[in-house]
Design a binder for this molecule. Structure first.
Ligand code: SF4
Length: 64
């Protein structure tokens, strides 16, 4: 599974890293970044899909 954050769309609202700190964190520049995580884990996949659903900008893409 791959998770991609489109920073051109991102509003920097912070839901992704507040709700899913196991997957995302804020960079020093204020951008959301994907943390190193086991993306083959089913629970992590569910969390990534949940983050993509609630992202107000539609900026998080989850691919197989
Ligand atoms: S939830 Fe979406 S819009 Fe908000 S910081 Fe994360 S990627 Fe950006």
């Amino acid at each position: 599974m791959k998770v991609h954050i489109d920073l051109d769309k991102c509003y920097r609202s912070g839901e992704c890293y507040y709700n899913h700190p196991e997957l995302f964190e804020m960079s020093d520049a204020g951008d959301p970044v994907l943390k190193a995580a086991d993306l083959t884990d089913a629970a992590m996949r569910l969390h990534a899909e949940q983050a993509a659903e609630v992202c107000p900008a539609g900026a998080i893409l989850v691919e197989d």
